[in-house]
Ligand binder design. Structure first.
Ligand SMILES: [Cu+2]
Length: 493
């Protein structure tokens, strides 16, 4: 069963485009309305496609140490993909085959997980479960079709908090050529952070011990496409599309553009049911948002995109300050009046709640033990003691995620999209396919998920990667497959 109906999206987008045909030319013809080099300070390097077949994107990714400059004069030797922070933007179209020749030049084993992509299990990048780890000097070929459009991302699934925190992540943009949002100027934005110690070295991944794990460590340099406070140039009023992914290992981003309105048109799994206007937008760890913004301001002036304080648990607002993410420097041209944008709509058929199998997952954090250690648990057990949850192929399940801890947990399911719903199983409006969803502290959320025909053992975990490594992780066995011996996984202490 394929829950995503692209033909409907295409038709609706085309109909919307036709209705306003004089104001909204087709994608290819729409010229940029911004000055040349407007995004030069922020634009990501792209992975070159070495395969001439238009239906295949074939690239090389090397994990290696490299010195990066996150701010003028601030350099650090990070763990990188292809020497950059973040890793290169991988660009493909819906239905393309993506072939990635991966080589590990790090001194530690690693893998690549393709966050949000509905891959076959062999391509999911989880060591000991879906593939052997890629050891130092070894290679692995990832080869799969990208079936859905949207912004996704890639990162290791080995010592995740450490490896992601040290810089191993990059964006994967899957485009739908017929999708027309009415905007010529677009950015892919990777929000993250990195911890740099006083001697210019990476902060150790275990800093703060058990308390650091329970909080979810945040880096002391907040990065936008690998830079501290870069600058965009823009003409006021010109619409821009920002596709944003939060790749930080713990930090949430709570976006505010000096009170100006964002139009949210989509998220994790592409375009949402209908767009919504928002004054602030929360992007928790691992999530994506697809926004249209029309920044307004005085000619020659500037405005700043900020991340406001957001309470995700003790330590996230105490003695903390608002973070400036990037500035938009306006040209001297007069502001353009707000344009007419095509109405973005998508027909989404949610999984049926009737007959769905109920599954409850309680997240707990017992008091610290005699050794001063602590661990997160799902239904009373940490990952290293857990038996897998189970699902049949084609089965729909109604999950209740009950967070009994005083910290938020952005919950991620590998390999499948799910639909957030209320107590009765009615989808939350506007409907949106999600693969990562925040479960706020001391709250309960619910979702419906249908397990299509991709058997295997699929991870579930908190995307605050310190929490995942601290026990908030599990697996779902889909179909008649043997469980791995993941419960021999040793707690990281
Ligand atoms: Cu968590």
């Amino acid at each position: 069963m394929i829950p995503v109906r692209w033909s409907s999206v295409r038709l609706l987008a085309l109909a919307a485009g036709l209705a306003a045909v004089s104001a909204v030319p087709a994608v290819a013809e729409r010229p940029s309305l911004l000055p040349a080099g407007w995004d030069a300070d922020i634009k990501l390097a792209e992975a070159p496609d070495r395969n001439p077949d238009p239906g295949i994107v074939e690239i090389e990714i090397v994990a290696k140490l490299a010195e990066v400059e996150v701010a003028p004069g601030t350099r650090v030797t990070a763990w990188t993909y292809n020497g950059g922070l973040p890793g290169p933007l991988i660009r493909a179209r819906v239905g393309d085959r993506l072939i990635v020749h991966f080589r590990n030049e790090l001194e530690q084993e690693t893998t690549i997980h393709w966050h949000g992509i509905r891959v076959p299990i062999e391509m999911d990048g989880v060591p000991g479960i879906s593939q052997p780890p890629v050891k130092t000097g070894e290679t692995f070929v990832y080869d799969f079709v990208v079936p859905d459009s949207g912004l996704f991302w890639y990162h290791p699934h080995v010592m995740s908090a450490a490896q992601v925190g040290y810089g191993l992540y990059g964006p994967l943009l899957v485009e739908e050529p017929d999708e027309d949002v009415g905007v010529a100027d677009a950015l892919t934005i990777v929000l993250s952070d990195i911890g740099i110690g006083p001697r210019g070295l990476l902060e150790p991944a275990d800093s703060g011990g058990s308390a650091g794990m329970v909080f979810g460590r945040e880096g002391n340099h907040v990065l936008v496409n690998g830079r501290v406070r870069p600058e965009l140039r823009a003409r006021a009023g010109v619409p821009q599309r920002w596709r944003i992914v939060n790749t930080a290992k713990s930090r949430f981003f709570f976006l505010d553009l000096e009170g100006q309105t964002f139009i949210k048109i989509g998220g994790d799994g592409g375009i949402q049911e209908y767009s919504e206007r928002k004054d602030v937008v929360l992007v928790t760890a691992g999530e994506r948002v697809d926004l249209i913004v029309m920044p307004m301001g005085e000619p020659g002036g500037e405005i700043t995109l900020r991340s406001l304080l957001y309470n995700r648990g003790y330590g996230s607002i105490e003695y903390r300050s608002v973070e400036d993410l990037f500035t938009i420097q306006f040209t001297d041209e007069a502001p353009l009046p707000a344009p007419v944008l095509p109405e973005m709509r998508r027909a989404i058929v949610p999984p049926a709640v009737e007959g769905a199998t109920p599954v409850t997952m309680q997240f707990t954090l017992p008091p610290v033990d005699g050794k001063g250690e602590s661990e997160f648990r799902i239904n009373g057990v940490p990952f290293w003691k857990a038996e897998p949850f189970k699902a049949r192929i084609g089965e729909t399940q109604f999950w209740t995620l009950d967070n009994q801890t005083p910290w938020d947990h952005p919950f991620h399911l590998h390999g499948y999209f799910f639909m957030p719903v209320d107590e009765a199983g009615v989808p939350i409006s506007p409907m949106e396919w999600k693969d990562t969803l925040n479960v706020p502290m001391n709250e309960t959320i619910r979702l419906l998920v249908t397990f299509d025909e991709r058997p295997g053992e699929w991870m579930i975990h908190c995307h605050i990667l310190d929490h995942a490594d601290g026990g908030l992780m599990g697996t779902v066995l889909v179909g008649d497959v043997k469980p791995s011996s993941h419960h021999t996984h040793v707690p990281p202490r």
